[in-house]
Design a protein around this ligand. Structure first.
Ligand SMILES: *Cc1c(COP(=O)(O)O)cnc(C)c1O
Length: 421
């Protein structure tokens, strides 16, 4: 390429040689984003899965404003503050029972790194040699080296492969093949004596919105428990109402040993993540021996403004109205996706909670399907923020979305199929 991009900014997951025109947005409100010339865009994917109650929710905005003028950053080793203390207490109240400690970080990837380090630290500190990590095929856990190591291998991480550590993978529990997954997990747990199993509960997001039933999640948890394998639930995407319940693990009635939450933790307003764990994992690090410390930190650990935003988010979840909205999005999404089941141009029509997905039938499937960029351009022209994963189109709206908004989103999807299938 000889023509230089107009902006010096290097955007994420963006091939600038193919797409150098970024849509500049100046304002967000509810389910809508507004461009400089006032064009409204429906945010049908919650700005990469983070916005839950809507853009610029007034309660979250005012919590941020209040906290920003009081204390906006402080070292978190040796120091504490109310926004973090109050948030931790609220989190433990809503999280699956049995999780007792909260470690703060600043992104989903980091929360997974923290989970892996907690697991390995646990085994080292109790004097047992367990280091192997078990993962599920097609998983995504983030883009840092450790998070990539436990995620699916492919074009996305081919260049970094020499740096990724080895893991043991079990198959995705595709419909009709659930037992194969459970058998594989059972066999790995018995033969390899792993340290931990890390999994996205109910839906594998970036892997293509692949869904599996709660009963499989419950069985996987049981198998891990029987072999003392730590069960890490990566709820970075599934948390905060996406699957219809506050957390996906609730539907399987399981408490993981370690849980990762981020994305919707602040309602999508500021970056923040937490890794929650059971008491025995904390206790294994609790000692007068300084070498048993949990050696992890980031500069902005438990940033007070981000904690205040998350606390405001938890306030909103205390209001029954939030759960009613989720329930109504679940119903509207089911009604909207239903007609596609009879549409021969689509396959694998699916929904878990507030998330729907469907695959446009094309010659080449997968993330690099030729139709992917065309779909994206089509939706952009329609003022719809949708970002298909190859030929997989999914809708993951903020919970303030209206029936009329959804009508427009699905009309766009139908028209895209007319134009491109
Ligand atoms: C998005 C995502 C991550 C990574 O979160 P970042 O905040 O982007 O680092 C990890 N796990 C899952 C399941 C995700 O969907």
């Amino acid at each position: 390429m000889t023509t230089k991009p107009k902006s010096p900014i290097w955007h994420p997951f963006t091939q600038h040689a193919l797409q150098d025109e970024m849509t500049k947005v100046v304002r967000g409100q509810g389910a809508y984003l507004y461009t400089a010339d006032g064009r409204p865009i429906i945010d049908a994917i919650s700005s990469w899965w983070v916005v839950t109650h809507g853009h610029c929710h007034p309660h979250i905005v005012s919590a941020i404003q209040d906290q920003a003028g009081k204390l906006n950053q402080i070292i978190f080793a040796g120091y504490a503050h109310d926004p973090a203390e109050e948030l931790a207490a609220l989190l433990l109240k809503v999280a699956p029972r049995g999780l007792e400690h909260v470690f703060f970080s600043d992104s989903g990837s980091t929360s997974v790194e923290v989970a892996l380090k907690m697991a390995l630290g646990y085994w080292q500190n109790i004097g047992k040699k367990r280091t192997c990590i078990v993962v599920m095929q097609h998983s995504y856990h983030g883009d840092t080296i450790g998070a990539m190591s436990v995620g699916a291998r492919g074009v996305f991480n081919a260049a970094y492969r020499p740096l990724l550590f080895d893991v043991t993978s079990i198959p995705f529990p595709a419909r009709g093949h659930e037992q194969a997954t459970l058998d594989a997990l059972e066999s790995v747990c018995r033969n390899e004596v792993p340290a931990a199993f890390v999994v996205e509960p109910l839906i594998l997001g970036a892997g293509g919105m692949l869904m599996y039933p709660a009963r499989v999640l419950r069985e996987m948890r049981r198998i891990c428990e029987a072999s003392d394998v730590l069960f890490i639930a990566d709820e970075v995407m599934t948390g905060w109402g996406r699957t219809g319940t506050l957390f996906a693990c609730e539907q399987a009635n399981v408490t993981p040993d370690i849980a990762c939450y981020s994305k919707g933790l602040t309602g999508g307003a500021l970056p923040l993540a937490v890794t929650l764990c059971r008491a025995d994992i904390f206790d294994a690090h609790y000692s007068k021996d300084r070498t048993r410390t949990f050696f992890h930190s980031s500069s902005y650990t438990a940033n007070p403004v981000a904690c205040a935003a998350a606390k405001a988010n938890l306030d909103l979840w205390q209001d029954p109205e939030s759960r009613q909205r989720v329930a109504s999005v679940v119903t509207m999404q089911e009604q909207a996706i239903e007609p596609f089941r009879a549409d021969p141009r689509f396959a694998n029509i699916r929904r878990t909670g507030t998330i729907t997905a469907l695959d446009l039938k094309t010659k080449d499937a997968g993330y690099f399907a030729g139709v992917g960029p065309k779909l994206q351009a089509f939706f952009k022209d329609r003022n719809l923020l949708l970002r298909p994963l190859g030929n997989t189109i999914y809708v993951m709206p903020p919970y303030c979305v209206t029936g009329a908004d959804l009508d427009e989103i699905y009309l766009g999807i139908r028209d895209a199929a007319d134009a491109l299938a």
